[in-house]
Structure formats: structure tokens, C-alpha cells
Design a protein around this ligand. Structure first.
Ligand code: NDP
Length: 335
């Protein structure tokens, strides 16, 4: 069972040397346990925060242990009446090829139906990132049909789901993404009304001008994934009584400063700005996953994936995600 451990903590930017590939024996199963063979590992931006030894809403990733993270795979051996070999499951098995899971522990493992939704999408659009988009849209932005909404990192796992959910509610949706390829995908394949390439703009004033063309009536709701210059530019276009769901600030995860230039606009525009952590709202997951499963099953949401091959590729793929080298949900394929 090959595993990736966190070997040491980043000093500034995360680097490949922070991780270590290790081989370990898989322990024999006890009663109530199952052996899961991982087909996909989920790589997510939040993992960067946990590599630091800082106080946060989640415990830091321990050194010398398997990197924690979401997994999708298949039961290959079972000593639990709840699971049979062949069952497709999602869990939190971490960066390794196999995991031994106590099937009686609540939430440790969930069977998934792969008839209409491919297994990997349960780590993306029909999983944690999809629910994240749903929560920010439905519970924080509270959209009304006809409003203009915007989302940054629009081509990514969370952003693409946000677009489909917002369109289903009759909103005009504007994406912000890095590069022409991502912007083309956002408008042509995801069906956003417009997409602005922030990499074409050197400052917030210039990006804000481009946003004015994409959102001539201003922005009523914004789903923030990035922070910094992108957020400044959107702030300049927000309407009175608009809302921001503050989901992530990936531009600052590797230690870069993400200053906010126009906080006074929150006051003058009487805005609501709310941060949230999706795992603290388990009560919405069933409704959210149901809607997301239907959108994917019916082809209304066609999420894109970046797939790295083999456990040894996980560190580089993860570092790439923090630099925007992924295009859609970043996964590692093991089988
Ligand atoms: P994505 O699939 O969107 O991948 C990350 C993307 O962020 C990159 O592709 C890149 O897109 C963009 N990006 C990376 N670095 C920068 C930068 N310096 N400046 C601007 N954009 C950058 O990831 P996810 O969909 O998984 O996550 C999106 C956001 O949601 C993250 O901020 C994450 O932390 C947050 N999140 C929050 C949760 C919560 O509970 N609050 C739960 C899950 C996710 P591009 O090339 O277009 O710039």
C-alpha cells in the first residue's frame, strides 16, 4: 500500500519536498472493518492550510502520517454486513492506494450509485465542492431570478457547479477565470452568460471595467474563491444590498498577502459578506447532493476533471492546483 505522507511543513510556498512516498503493509481486517481500494483521490485547496501548524477551524495535518483527503473507490474485502466486495464507496481514506475503514463509524463511508453519475464526480460536482457551491448560493446569496451573479475560479470544481445551480434559478451568471481556454469552456460548455479572463488585466480598475461590460446592471451576488485583485475588481461592481459568499481566498494560501482595498463599499452599498465552512452544515448535504446529482445525470452540468496518474503524482498535481494549472476538479487516478 503506497502512501504519501506530510514529511515537513512548508516555509513559505509548499514544495514537493514537503511530501514523502512511503510503502506500508495493510493491516488484517477486524470485525466491522472493510478494505477499500481507492480509484480516485481528491486534491483540494483546503489541504494547503492544513499543511501549516496554525490554529484554524480544522486540526493541522500531522507530520509523518498519510495526507488526509477524500477518496472514491471499491470495497475489495469486507468483515461488515453493511458492505459487499464490489460496492462503490466514497470516504476519507487519504493519499494512499488502500484504506481500512471501520464501517460502523458514522459518516466514514458512503455507498454511491454509479449508474448515471461516474464515480469520480462524487468527489467533485456531486460531492463536497458541489455542496459548497450550493450552500453559498442558496443559503448566503439567496438569489432571485433575473439577478446577476458572479463567481471567481469559475472553471473549477466549485465554480462550475455554482454556475449550473445559478442558471437553474434563472440568474445571469458571470464567471472570472484565468486564460482564454478556461473562459471558453465556462461560456461554451458550462453555459455561463459571460466570462472575464483576469490574467488579461494588470490591476483591479482594468478588470472592473471588463466586468462592467459583462454585467452592465451590476452584480447582486458574488461567490468568492480567490481574493486579492479579483475581489477588489468585483467589489467595485457590487450593487446596493448585494451579498458576497466568502468561500475561499486561494490567491493567499501559499502565504501571499491578499489585501482588501475597498472595505468601505460594504458600508456604502449596505452589503452582506459571509464566510462559511461547508462541513459545518451537514444538514443541507442531502438536498444539495440530490439537486447536483440530477444536474449531472441530466447533462445540464458537465464538470471537467484534471486527472493525474498514480499515487506518486499527487504532490505535483496538488502544487499545480495552487498555481491554477488544473482545469476542473483535480483528481489522482490510481486504478
Ligand atoms: P478549483 O478547481 O477551482 O481550483 C483552484 C483554481 O483557483 C485554479 O484552477 C485557479 O483557476 C484558481 N487560482 C489558483 N491560484 C490563484 C491565484 N493566485 N489567483 C487567482 N486564482 C487562482 O478548486 P476548488 O473548486 O476545489 O476550490 C475553489 C475555492 O473554494 C478554493 O478557494 C477553496 O479553498 C474553496 N473551498 C471552500 C470550502 C468551504 O467550505 N469554505 C469548501 C471547498 C472549497 P484560474 O486558472 O481560473 O485562476
Amino acid at each position: 500500500n503506497r502512501q504519501i505522507h506530510l514529511d515537513n511543513r512548508p516555509q513559505g510556498e509548499a514544495v514537493a519536498g514537503n511530501f514523502k512516498l512511503v510503502s506500508a503493509e495493510t493491516p488484517a481486517l477486524q470485525d466491522g472493518e472493510v478494505l477499500v481500494r481507492h480509484h480516485f483521490l481528491s486534491l483540494d485547496p483546503y489541504m494547503r492550510g492544513r499543511m501549516n501548524d496554525a490554529k484554524s477551524y480544522a486540526q493541522p495535518q500531522p507530520l509523518g502520517q498519510v495526507m488526509q483527503g477524500g477518496t472514491a473507490g471499491e470495497v475489495v474485502e469486507s468483515r461488515s454486513p453493511k458492505y459487499q466486495p464490489g460496492d462503490k464507496v466514497v470516504g476519507f481514506g487519504g493519499w494512499q492506494e488502500y484504506s481500512v475503514v471501520n464501517a460502523d463509524q458514522p459518516g466514514a463511508l458512503k455507498k454511491v450509485d454509479t449508474t448515471h453519475v461516474p464515480l469520480s464526480h462524487y468527489l467533485g460536482a456531486v460531492g463536497m465542492p458541489g455542496v459548497t457551491a450550493w450552500y453559498g448560493l442558496v443559503k448566503i446569496i439567496e438569489p432571485k431570478a433575473g439577478q446577476t451573479l458572479a463567481v471567481s475560479a469559475a472553471s473549477g470544481a466549485v465554480g462550475s457547479a455554482f454556475g449550473a445551480l445559478a442558471r437553474a434559478r434563472g440568474c445571469r451568471v458571470v464567471g472570472i477565470a484565468g486564460g482564454a481556454d478556461k473562459c471558453n469552456y465556462v461560456t461554451k460548455e458550462l453555459g455561463f452568460d459571460a466570462c472575464v479572463d483576469y490574467k488579461q488585466h494588470k490591476d483591479a480598475a482594468s478588470l472592473s471595467k471588463a466586468l462592467k461590460e459583462a454585467a452592465p446592471d451590476g452584480i447582486d451576488g458574488y461567490f468568492e474563491n480567490v481574493g486579492g485583485m479579483v475581489m477588489d475588481a468585483v467589489m467595485l461592481r457590487m450593487n446596493a444590498f448585494s451579498s458576497i459568499a466568502l468561500c475561499g481566498m486561494i490567491a493567499g494560501y501559499d502565504g501571499q498577502p491578499v489585501p482588501m482595498t475597498y472595505p468601505q463599499l460594504i458600508l456604502t452599498n449596505r452589503m452582506k459578506v459571509q464566510g462559511f465552512i461547508v462541513s459545518e452544515h451537514m444538514e443541507v448535504w442531502p438536498d444539495a447532493l440530490k439537486e447536483l446529482g440530477t444536474l449531472v445525470g441530466s447533462g445540464k452540468l458537465r464538470p471537467r476533471e484534471s486527472i493525474a496518474q498514480g499515487i506518486e503524482s499527487a504532490p505535483e498535481a496538488f502544487l499545480g492546483l495552487l498555481k491554477g494549472r488544473n482545469f476542473g476538479k483535480q483528481l489522482v487516478k490510481l486504478v
